[in-house]
Design a protein around this ligand. Structure first.
Ligand code: NAD
Ligand code: UFG
Length: 338
């Protein structure tokens, strides 16, 4: 299939592009590089040996999106485009609602005009809100995300479910990601956040690289075995492979379906820090800090539905995730700028 990837130059999109090509699909990337750069696409081409049509354009721009659809016979869309920083979304909610909602709606309208019926969406475990129990199962009710970013994901899930219910031709797959970390084994593509990272693993790798002095561990008084927060960390290459399976599923089904993409195993912040130190033999100095506003104690997936229905299961270990994260960062100290 020929697959359009709005936001395909970003962290998850770039890894998914590689796995799509490995599986025999073709990719077209549309990205405005608001949180990525053209170098990432050059590296995807280097890894895969394939030239990828690239549109430097805003997914909210109907004319630019129309041009992509009229110049390419697109079969499916995997929509990564969006802003994702939780703290920034509280400061600039309108910018988040505008970009995240508008980009998806603009692409969906172009799909309808061109008779394209498969849409796979990057949702998030954040739509579960504060879990009443773990593991999280897709049938559990969605909760109240604690920030505008999370609410854009919940709103888009609702919009996409409504769109699929109203259009017998449309197939929508909502992928609820847990916590992607790691990088491609080549060390040529990886996570390259702007400014000081918000997320745990890029913060750890930047401490290891000497770009940041010490890690702050946000709270050690949660009701977890070591008191630090527990998450379901998943290797980004496993996550990327989940999209390839979701694409196969979308092509054969109509309506909308939700899948958790996680490993089913929760690790604490200190589990991650200690595994990273052990695997990579580098020191990660850290201080215990107060809890971060909006954080939950524990979040991990029940990934059984994705295994049963998609035939997908995460395969990489915590050690692989720590190794590949550092392989990328140590070879690219300043991300794509180095
Ligand atoms: P990312 O920022 O690396 O990738 C997003 C890409 O979209 C970037 O390349 C950015 O330049 C592009 N973009 C943003 N707005 C655009 C627009 N209007 N037009 C064109 N391009 C635009 O983020 P990521 O980690 O790869 O995440 C991909 C998707 O997955 C996002 O929707 C994100 O919210 C979602 N998600 C990410 C995580 C995570 O932990 N990384 C977890 C759950 C969900
Ligand atoms: N943490 C630290 N220090 C840091 C960064 C994080 O101790 O410098 C801790 C957090 O308190 C949390 C854990 O590490 O316990 C993971 O935090 P991340 O910021 O890496 O990830 P979150 O689970 O908070 O957020 C992620 C995505 C969000 C998404 C959310 C729910 O980044 O986009 O999962 O799906 F909304």
């Amino acid at each position: 299939m020929k697959v359009l990837l709005p936001g395909g130059a970003g962290y998850i999109g770039s890894h998914t592009c590689v796995e799509l090509i490995n599986a025999g699909h073709e990719a077209v990337i549309l990205d405005n590089f608001s949180n990525s750069c053209a170098e990432a696409v050059a590296r995807i081409e280097e890894i895969t040996g394939k030239k990828i049509p690239l549109y430097n354009a805003d997914a909210c721009d109907p004319e630019a999106v129309e041009k992509v659809f009229s110049e390419n016979k697109i079969d499916a869309v995997i929509h990564f485009a969006g802003y994702k920083a939780v703290g920034e979304s509280c400061e600039k909610p309108l910018m988040y609602y505008r970009n995240n909602l508008d980009s998806a709606l603009t692409v969906l309208e172009a799909m309808k005009r061109h008779g394209v019926s498969n849409f796979i969406f990057s949702s998030s475990a954040t739509v579960y809100g504060t879990p009443e129990s773990v593991p999280l199962v897709e049938t559990m009710p969605t909760g109240s995300p604690t920030n505008p970013y999370g609410r854009t994901k919940l709103m888009l899930e609702q919009i996409l479910t409504d769109a699929a219910a109203a259009d017998n031709n449309l197939s929508v797959v909502l992928l609820r990601y847990f916590n992607p970390i790691g990088a491609h084994e080549s060390g040529r593509i990886g996570e390259d956040p702007n400014g000081i990272p918000n997320n745990l693993m890029p913060y750890i790798t930047q401490v290891a690289a000497g770009r940041l002095p010490r890690l702050g561990v946000f709270g050690n008084d949660y009701p977890t075995p070591d008191g630090t927060g527990i998450r379901d960390y998943i290797h980004v290459v496993d996550l990327a492979k989940g999209h390839v399976k979701a694409l196969d599923y979308a092509a054969e089904h109509k309506g909308s379906e939700i899948f958790n993409l996680g490993t089913g195993t929760g690790y604490s912040v200190l589990d991650i820090v200690n595994a990273f130190i052990k695997v990579n033999k580098v020191d990660i100095p850290y201080d215990i800090k107060p809890r971060r506003a909006g954080d939950i104690a524990e979040c991990f997936a029940d990934p059984a539905k994705a295994e049963k229905v998609l035939g997908w299961k995460a395969e990489k270990s915590l050690e692989d995730m720590c190794y590949d994260s550092w392989n990328w960062q140590s070879k690219n100290k300043n991300g794509y700028k180095s």
